[in-house]
Structure formats: structure tokens, C-alpha cells
Design a protein around this ligand. Structure first.
Ligand code: SF4
Ligand code: SF4
Length: 186
């Protein structure tokens, strides 16, 4: 019910950009953990963390995949670090319709960091465990929060993004066809 208080564990990964050396271990382990079957491949394009690299300037900035954005936003962020100007949206966490970042390369489905809570849930995020330079630091704290309405789950977000890409009617027709062919198999 809305308005009731409950305790929630807030999980945070603190990023110490100065300690990151761009080794990509975080990208490799994240993509391997989320591969199907698990650990069957390690394509960083499937990772939910990406490291923006500028080896000449010795700048490496890990960015985590955040929420899926249905439409590209009208505002733009532009970062300048040590005099180098980065592309618009370079550090944005969203899987957004206007670019091919944080999207599953085959299906185009949005990727989002799940803190390695998918099956089997990990005690500590794997990217943190694999970062030998301690650029990623895991922290937990308890907070009292208002009970929220149920959030969209991953399946709903994925279906929404497919419907945005291909149109709802097409997705419904495909699901109907699949359901008929499944019925024919039983
Ligand atoms: S594993 Fe750590 S040091 Fe290596 S790229 Fe990732 S955040 Fe940077
Ligand atoms: S916490 Fe887990 S899901 Fe998130 S980026 Fe790190 S390895 Fe990937």
C-alpha cells in the first residue's frame, strides 16, 4: 500500500575515476555473467558497464547502464575533462532510442545494470570483484522509504522497447503466431 514505510537496502557502486586504468575486466565479466548460457561468451558490447577511454590523455571513465529511455531527450550534456571535449551524451547512462549504446547487439533490447542480482545472485557485483585497481567500490546502506507502486520488470521494459522499435501491432502479431505454433506442438 502507498504511504507505508519500509526498510530498503540501497546498493551503491562508488566509482573512483582516478584509479581506473581502462583494463576492461569489468566489461568482460559483466558480459560473461549475463551471457546465455552463463559464461559462454564475453562480448563487451553486451556489458552493462562501459568504460569511456582516452588512452592518450590517460582518462578512463566507467559508466553504468541505467534506465531505458523511450524517446531521446531534448537536452544534451557535454563534458570537458582536462581540456578534451567529449561527444554529446558520452556519459549518459540511458539505453536510448537515438544511439546504439547499452543495447543487446543481436536483439536491440535495452541493457541495464542489475547489480548482478540475476540468477544466481552475487554477494558483491562481479565488476567490483574483478576490478583489481579498486576503482569500483561497493557499498550498502539501509534506508527507510515509502512503499512504492510496483516497478516495471525487465520483461515489460524489453517489450516496451520492441514495441517502440517495430510497432505494437507487429509485436502482437508475432506473439499471436508464436502462441499458435506452441499450441500446435502440445
Ligand atoms: S576493471 Fe576497474 S580498472 Fe579495469 S576498466 Fe573496469 S573500472 Fe577500470
Ligand atoms: S553490477 Fe553486475 S550487472 Fe552491473 S555492471 Fe557490474 S557486473 Fe554488470
Amino acid at each position: 500500500m502507498k504511504g507505508e514505510k519500509k526498510n530498503k537496502t540501497i546498493k551503491t557502486i562508488r566509482i573512483d575515476v582516478d584509479k581506473c586504468v581502462g583494463c576492461m575486466a569489468c566489461e568482460v565479466i559483466c558480459s560473461a555473467f549475463h551471457a546465455t548460457p552463463k559464461y559462454s561468451s564475453n562480448n563487451p558490447a553486451r556489458s552493462r558497464i562501459r568504460v569511456i577511454r582516452d588512452p592518450i590523455a590517460d582518462i578512463y571513465v566507467p559508466v553504468y547502464a541505467g534506465e531505458y529511455a523511450v524517446a531521446e531527450c531534448a537536452g544534451r550534456d557535454k563534458y570537458t575533462i582536462d581540456g578534451k571535449e567529449y561527444d554529446e551524451c558520452a556519459f549518459c547512462r540511458a539505453s536510448c532510442s537515438s544511439r546504439d549504446v547499452f543495447k543487446e547487439p543481436d536483439s536491440g533490447l535495452p541493457l541495464k545494470c542489475d547489480m548482478c542480482e540475476s540468477d544466481p545472485p552475487q554477494e558483491k557485483p562481479l565488476c567490483v570483484q574483478w576490478c583489481l585497481n579498486e576503482a569500483l567500490i561497493y557499498e550498502e546502506r539501509e534506508e527507510e522509504i515509502e512503499e512504492e507502486e510496483e516497478k516495471q520488470d525487465e520483461l515489460e521494459i524489453g517489450l516496451e522497447s520492441l514495441a517502440n522499435k517495430y510497432g505494437l501491432l507487429k509485436i502482437m502479431n508475432i506473439v499471436a503466431r508464436m502462441s499458435l505454433s506452441k499450441k500446435g506442438q502440445v
